[in-house]
Design a protein around this ligand. Structure first.
Ligand SMILES: Nc1nc2c(ncn2[C@@H]2O[C@H](COP(=O)(O)OP(=O)(O)OP(=O)(O)O)[C@@H](O)[C@H]2O)c(=O)[nH]1
Ligand SMILES: [Mg+2]
Length: 433
């Protein structure tokens, strides 16, 4: 069975022995210098999560202060609301596909004007104090009306015969859920424009009820069935399954909450850490295509490139273009960066991340479906080895490629992995001395 940190292919025991004595000298040298670790990799691969882990495991006041934790509350709420919104939108998309006469969420008007009880529906959904702003967001209003469309009204449209069962699951059986859905979608629209000023508890209560519904569970469980593409944050089930904890808006986010939050990095973030008696500067960058242009500004004096790739992404496409396979993109990105002359003297460490999700996914979705070259069993260890070999074949340098299989949300494992990375850096210094 695959562990969370399989470690390097290279044997380390020999170098470990001879390094002990000389380590002291190196440490003396190194404490005067700062070792720069640069996190690179595609978006959503886990770079910022590793960056946060370094903050937790560092030896200089490691962890988050209470103020820092409290500051994360809003992100937790934003994640929960935005992800329920994704599930709801997908539900309406599915409905559109079923209906030969579709009602567009964007244009909305033709369907909306046909609704006999439009104003009632609107009023029903306005239990919240939205500072009277809701009417200024047309798309929100349209969505609300669309949500309140009842199955009976849809039956006027011509339906494909074999879709009855599916249609059932695309409309909430509990009528209160239509209203909850409308409130969630409106809250999301307000969050987008920084105008959500209500208290969090009622909307989180709505989401709690929606998450329990079989209609939303259906959307969640069919998200990877190959007939549609929509990307939910990997932490969505974590937050939604623990939703009771967030009902009280004075809740204190845990370290695990902080690690699970998803926010896209858009700039360059740096922090200095003390770890194993050595000073490190860790640099985190945004992995989306449009942010990769900024990377070159961080390429100077890099001791180690920590290239992060998500094992779990083999069946996913880039958010940026909706078509490129994420793992394929990660492989070419690794080829471009790891062979760059900027890093001739840097150690290259590959983190094959999200091993926890990969281990589960590989049982359900064969790697061969997306990478036909793979003919092995649907087992995590074999499939991960194949993926490692794909990365290794991109690496054209005549030196060692270090790699670790990681689960970035697991602090204990990441501490172990970082210790091993530092060992490798020290060993490399030994060879230079
Ligand atoms: N289950 C699980 N979730 C992970 C793992 N690593 C990261 N995540 C989650 O995946 C999401 C994306 O991680 P980030 O660290 O934000 O990704 P990133 O590479 O910094 O993405 P960009 O900033 O867009 O470049 C977060 O919600 C993390 O909590 C992992 O190993 N397992
Ligand atoms: Mg990031």
């Amino acid at each position: 069975m695959m562990t969370n940190h399989v470690g390097c292919f290279t044997s380390s025991s020999e170098a470990k022995q001879k390094s002990k004595e000389i380590d002291k000298n190196i440490k003396k040298e190194s404490t005067s210098n700062v070792l720069k670790l640069l996190l690179l990799g595609a978006s959503d691969s886990g770079k910022s999560t590793l960056f946060k882990q370094m903050k937790i495991i560092q030896e200089d006041n490691g962890g988050f202060t209470k103020d820092e934790l409290v500051a994360c509350r809003g992100f937790v709420y934003e994640n929960i609301i935005s992800q329920m919104n994704v599930l709801l939108e997908e539900m309406y998309c599915d409905r559109n596909k079923l209906s030969t006469t579709t009602v567009s969420v964007e244009s909305g008007t033709s369907g909306i004007n046909n609704q006999p009880n439009t104003n009632d529906n609107l009023n029903n959904t306005n239990n919240f104090d939205y500072n009277g702003e809701s009417s200024s967001h047309d798309s929100t209003v349209n969505m609300k009306l669309y949500i309140n469309e009842q199955p009976q009204q849809q039956q006027q449209h011509q339906q494909p015969e074999n879709t009855t069962d599916k249609k059932e699951i695309l409309y909430f059986q509990d009528p209160s859920n239509f209203e909850r859905a409308a409130r969630v979608m409106q809250a999301y629209q307000l969050l987008l424009v920084n105008e959500f000023t209500s208290t969090w508890t009622p909307i989180i209560q709505d989401i709690k009820e929606l998450w329990k519904s079989k209609e939303i569970q259906y959307q969640f469980n069919t998200r990877e069935d190959g007939t549609k593409y929509f990307h939910l944050h990997d932490s969505t089930p974590y937050f939604l399954n623990n939703i009771d904890y967030y009902l009280n808006e004075d809740f204190l986010p845990t370290e695990q909450d902080v690690l699970r939050i998803r926010t896209k990095t858009t700039g360059v973030t740096e922090a200095d850490y003390l770890f194993r008696g050595l000073r490190f500067k860790m640099v985190d960058v945004g992995g989306q295509k449009s942010y990769r242009r900024k990377w070159i500004h961080c390429f100077d004096n890099v001791s180690a490139v920590l290239f992060v790739a998500s094992l779990n992404s083999y069946d996913q496409v880039l958010e940026e273009d909706g078509t490129t396979n994420r793992l394929q993109d990660s492989l070419s990105l690794f080829g471009e960066t790891s062979n760059s002359t900027w890093f001739t003297n840097s150690t290259i460490v590959l983190f094959l991340n999200k091993s926890d999700l990969f281990r589960e996914k590989i049982k359900r979705i064969p790697l061969s479906k997306y990478f036909p070259g793979y003919t092995g069993p649907n087992k995590a260890k074999d499939a991960a080895t194949y993926i490692f070999n794909l990365f290794n074949s991109q690496f054209k340098q005549r030196r060692q490629l270090y790699f670790h299989i990681t689960c970035a949300i697991n602090t204990k494992d990441i501490k172990f992995v970082f210790q091993s990375v530092v060992d490798d850096l020290l060993k490399k210094s030994l060879q230079i001395y």
